[in-house]
Design a protein around this ligand. Structure first.
Ligand code: PXP
Length: 238
């Protein structure tokens, strides 16, 4: 069964809209885990627009949670990450003006820095993933840099599916990349912009072991509650 990682960043977005303490992403993380999330993803952005340092501290401290911390690939963020000891780290690109993480890492351009960071994380025994666009070159480089996993950016595919446009070419890129990555020993994850329909379509790619889904789940929870939403995803991922 594909694992379901739930990203609670946007619980923090709603909280921050009022500048107070409610709703608490830590409480959301505990509840999502109780109802079957396999891991909790949080992205500590450099501009702290949703998850704050105190959230990372609280969420990582609770050892009943399996935490996947997303950070920009730099040494300042790495230091914060190491202090909090999450189970997993996913390195992502960051641009201040973007609405969300709009594409994968430029692995080629950043290979020396990435190699150093991955080296530190491997020594700390933290599972490391690189958030990349689905290309064979990115995957080859991820392996060369000793990453344990890759997370394929599914934003473009998700958008095409939602807009009812042809998505076969993009889906084939994900399929081909997943197959190749698994073959060379990388664990394959997927995420960004996913909902029930994209989860259904991508669950046919048997090499993918984990989905990381945030925005849709937080929105859908308003209508049906987290328990029901997780149940529905689990049914799709079986
Ligand atoms: N995976 C990664 C690496 C991400 O950066 C994000 C967005 O923060 C997600 C998954 C989740 O994307 P969405 O909120 O669109 O489901």
């Amino acid at each position: 069964m594909i694992k379901l990682g739930i990203n609670v960043d946007h619980v923090a977005t709603i909280r921050n809209a009022r500048g107070e303490d409610h709703p608490d992403p830590f409480r959301a993380a505990k509840l999502a885990t109780k109802y079957g999330a396999d891991s909790i993803t949080i992205h500590l952005r450099e501009d702290r627009r949703h998850i704050k340092d105190i959230d990372v501290k609280k969420i990582c401290k609770d050892k009943k949670l399996i935490v996947n911390l997303e950070i920009a690939a730099n040494f300042k963020m790495l230091k914060i990450a190491l202090k909090n000891k999450p189970n997993y780290i996913c390195l992502v690109p960051e641009r201040r003006k973007e609405i969300t993480t709009e594409g994968g890492l430029n692995v080629k351009k950043n290979k020396f820095k990435l190699k150093k960071i991955i080296n530190v994380l491997n020594k700390a025994k933290i599972r490391t993933s690189l958030f990349i666009d689905p290309t064979l070159n990115n995957i080859k480089l991820a392996k060369k840099l000793n990453s344990n996993c890759i997370e394929l950016h599914t934003g473009k595919l998700s958008r095409l599916i939602k807009q009812k446009k042809s998505f076969v070419t993009e889906l084939n890129k994900v399929k081909k990349s997943s197959k190749y990555a698994k073959k060379i020993g990388l664990e394959v994850h997927a995420g960004h912009g996913m909902d029930y329909k994209t989860a259904q379509i991508l669950s046919s790619v048997k090499e993918i072991k984990e989905f990381n889904i945030g925005h849709f789940i937080v929105g859908e929870t308003f209508f049906y509650g987290i328990n029901e939403v997780i149940k529905k995803f689990k049914k799709i991922l079986k």
